[in-house]
Design a protein around this ligand. Structure first.
Ligand SMILES: Cc1cc2nc3c(=O)[nH]c(=O)nc-3n(C[C@H](O)[C@H](O)[C@H](O)COP(=O)(O)O)c2cc1C
Length: 189
């Protein structure tokens, strides 16, 4: 069921790093993005796939994790993602990418969830440094990175408290809570 899949598809930031992900699996996931909607059917998105530890280690330092968890610097060694999909915009096809990369990212993460994996969209990226490290040609805009792995944390959705605070938080057992606005709150008419 789509609802079950969407409920399970949370942003996970701690993983069983030792569980490897095959390149073929990443290709299957990108194929879901390939089949998804694209404005004007331009299909300007391109992808860099990474699933080997050496390459993953080049990407990780350029990502920022869970900005609201001020005293958590991100996943420690052993709990880092096993793979990354870097979503690029090909400026030789289009100069603007609209919401294509959001749609692609959701398709990929839903596919990952169906496979028993999980991940997190990362938009907070040191783009210049990552471009240099991976030698990404200037023609490609770095849009979004998907961190993927076997989730090692519990994520619970809760209803927004009356104070309206949208910040996610963790309890002392490490359970990650994500406040969501109620349906009544988001339907204007
Ligand atoms: C476009 C976009 C960019 C995001 N960038 C980051 C990021 O840089 N770092 C991070 O830890 N989470 C990032 N997230 C994950 C959000 O924090 C997460 O979606 C939100 O807390 C809600 O949790 P949920 O995905 O489990 O519903 C991003 C999400 C989106 C949609």
């Amino acid at each position: 069921m789509v609802k079950d899949l969407i409920l399970k598809n949370r942003s996970y930031r701690r993983f069983y790093q030792e569980v490897t992900i095959k390149l073929e699996t990443l290709k299957e996931l990108v194929n879901l993005a390939r089949l998804s909607a694209s404005a004007g059917n331009l299909q300007p998105l391109k992808y860099i796939l990474s699933c080997d530890p050496q390459n993953n280690a080049l990407i990780f330092p350029h990502l920022a994790w869970a900005g609201y968890l001020k005293d958590w610097p991100g996943p420690q060694e052993g709990e880092r993602p096993s793979a990354y999909i870097i979503i690029l915009g090909d400026t030789q096809i289009s100069q603007s990418f609209g919401c294509d990369h959001g749609i692609a990212a959701q398709s990929i993460l839903l596919g990952a969830t169906e496979k028993g994996l999980g991940g997190c969209m990362i938009g907070s990226i040191q783009r210049q440094e990552l471009r240099k490290t991976l030698k990404i040609p200037p023609r490609y805009k770095i849009l979004l990175i998907l961190a993927i792995g076997k989730p090692k944390e519990a994520v619970v959705i809760e209803t927004l408290k009356p104070n309206g605070d949208i910040k996610y938080w963790r309890d002392n057992k490490g359970i990650h809570y994500v406040p969501k606005r109620s349906l009544d709150d988001i339907i204007v008419s």
